[in-house]
Write a protein that binds this ligand. Structure first.
Ligand SMILES: Cc1cc2nc3c(=O)[nH]c(=O)nc-3n(C[C@H](O)[C@H](O)[C@H](O)COP(=O)(O)OP(=O)(O)OC[C@H]3O[C@@H](n4cnc5c(N)ncnc54)[C@H](O)[C@@H]3O)c2cc1C
Ligand code: FES
Length: 274
């Protein structure tokens, strides 16, 4: 039975090296019987624990239409994440979740979609893009903008190649610092805005990335005329419990772990510190 306070054991089926410090882990619950009703939604997250190291939150990075396996994409940042990077296929993690709210996937059907991702902000948005592309005909124009520090720092390189070859979506990528093989745009992700044409009154923008990127993206979207409720972002805060008990993630009267991590700009601008 699902218990948001207690981790269940999940086994690592696959590990993909994305960049020099980012890996994707494909997990499944060790006891299918225990978690047979497990489902998650795009934008939700888990608390993943490593025995002897601790616990940390990670967004789902895979398609919620296939909950029998799920991915988390993890940058080695400190104690827990370095311990995760030392694991091998067949090893276990503790998983609590799914936690938090989710992207409004059903609500935006019929709209044009603009996705703006920076660095490791792409994984949570991939869990939104995947089910959207499963029913591509339910959406209008579909644009993905992705920015990374260098070409090598991009996650999901084979998938980016696949998206770039699809005729029914537009993928534009940019890097801060190119290498010899890079022939694409150079500059921060907002420089890609001048390369696209969209109708702001029928487009919903989803963004995830470093806080400084999100700030500039939202400024640009507002300047382009986007309504506040058509800008959807994730907020990241240092979390402990992930279930609205410890108060670590509070901003004013909102707990990012249960009221978020997904918010519209209309909601974010009302928060006391943003
Ligand atoms: C809802 C949510 C979803 C997330 N999804 C992902 C994901 O998909 N992939 C991913 O790689 N990371 C994700 N993170 C961030 C991830 O949780 C942290 O990198 C992780 O907690 C670091 O743990 P650690 O023990 O390895 O590092 P620590 O040893 O705890 O810290 C290393 C450094 O990172 C800082 N730090 C730790 N947590 C955060 C944080 N939340 N925000 C800013 N700085 C922090 C510490 O202050 C310290 O400087 C997410 C965070 C949240 C809140
Ligand atoms: S992390 Fe404990 S209340 Fe949000």
């Amino acid at each position: 039975m699902e218990n948001i306070y207690l981790p269940d054991l999940a086994v690592i089926d696959r590990i993909v090296d994305e960049t020099h410090d980012i890996k994707t882990f494909t997990l499944r619950f060790a006891s299918r019987e225990l978690r047979k009703n497990f489902r998650f939604k795009s934008g939700q997250f888990v608390e993943a624990s490593i025995f002897g190291a601790g616990e940390a939150p990670f967004g789902f990075a895979s398609n919620p239409n296939h909950p029998e396996h799920f991915d988390i994409t993890v940058r080695a940042a400190g104690v827990v994440t370095r311990a995760m990077h030392a694991l091998k296929p067949g090893d276990y993690m503790g998983i609590r979740g799914p936690l938090g709210n989710h992207f409004p996937l059903e609500e935006v059907k019929g709209q044009d979609i603009l996705i703006i991702a920076g660095g490791i902000g792409l994984p949570p948005l991939k869990s939104l893009i995947d089910p959207m592309l499963d029913c591509r005909g339910d959406f209008g124009q579909f644009i993905i903008l992705y920015g990374a520090r260098t070409p090598a720092d991009r996650v999901y390189k084979p998938l980016l190649q696949e998206w770039s070859e699809r005729g029914d979506i537009t993928l534009l990528q940019t890097v801060d610092t190119p290498d010899a093989a890079w022939s694409g745009p150079v500059g921060v992700v907002t420089t890609l805005f001048e390369k696209i044409k969209l109708a702001v009154d029928r487009t919903v923008a989803f963004t995830c990335g470093p806080p400084v990127m999100i700030r500039f993206v939202i400024q640009e979207l507002l300047a382009m005329g986007f309504a506040e409720e058509r800008i959807i972002s994730t907020l990241e805060r240092y979390m402990k419990c992930g279930v609205g008990k410890c108060g670590h993630c509070a901003i004013g009267h909102k707990y990012i772990c249960v009221d978020g991590p997904v918010f519209s700009w209309r909601q974010i601008k009302r928060l006391p510190e943003r």
